[in-house]
Ligand binder design. Structure first.
Ligand code: 2AM
Length: 197
């Protein structure tokens, strides 16, 4: 089973991301390439991709993901759309995190420590930093410059939301795009607020 931990956008942030998708769709440079847009209900910030996991490991992973996170809720802000990678053929359109990076890195490190012992391969150590809006299908290298310019020109107003939980999702790949099924959810905020003897 293909699993990942993610942070859900709240409804207003989701609406902002959908609005950016809509403007990107209409950009002339993007009409010449095929983009598989992430459906509104599937927009998320990947905290940690856990990869393909054997069936017998799913229950312990779900139990671990359902444990409260010892991390205060925090605000994430997104600003600026980008086409990645920054050179060569573009493959992904995303919104970059502009605020909340340190908290995200900390939560990601917690997720790696919690999930690592339950997985057969290590979790990608790079901290998360974007929300994917769409994936390009076989875009030619020559489309890189116009696509990057068009995406950079979208003038995304900063928007964000308060992260207060982590969700374990199963990713199901299909010809119409991936769909994500929540398997476990746990709140942030289980912190000791003062020195406890
Ligand atoms: P993305 O937001 O960077 O695109 C579910 O598939 C999520 O896991 C995707 O949103 C994607 O994050 C991430 N993901 C998928 N395959 C991955 C891989 N091979 N390595 C790291 N992250 C991956």
């Amino acid at each position: 089973m293909r699993l990942f931990l993610a942070l859900d956008l709240d409804a207003p942030a989701r609406a902002c991301a959908v609005e950016v998708q809509g403007r990107a769709r209409r950009a002339p440079a993007l009409r010449n390439v095929t983009v598989r847009w992430v459906r509104p209900e599937s927009l998320h910030l990947t905290l940690a991709f856990l990869g393909e996991v054997d069936a017998d490991r799913v229950a312990p992973i779900a139990r671990a993901a359902a444990e409260p996170w010892r991390h205060a809720p925090f605000r994430v802000e997104l600003a600026s759309a980008e086409a990645a990678p920054r050179s060569g053929a573009p493959r992904t359109l995303w919104l970059s995190v502009s605020a909340g990076r340190a908290a995200l890195a900390h939560l990601h490190a917690d997720a790696c420590a919690r999930m690592g012992p339950l997985l057969s391969a290590p979790v990608d150590p790079r901290p998360p930093g974007h929300v994917t809006l769409g994936r390009l299908r076989r875009a030619p290298r020559s489309s890189g410059r116009p696509v990057r310019d068009a995406v950079a020109g979208l003038a995304v107003p900063a928007f964000g939301w308060r992260v207060d939980s982590v969700v374990l999702y199963q990713s199901r790949l299909a010809s119409g795009g991936a769909s994500y099924r929540p398997l476990a959810r746990a709140p942030l905020g289980c912190v000791i607020l003062d020195a406890v003897p």
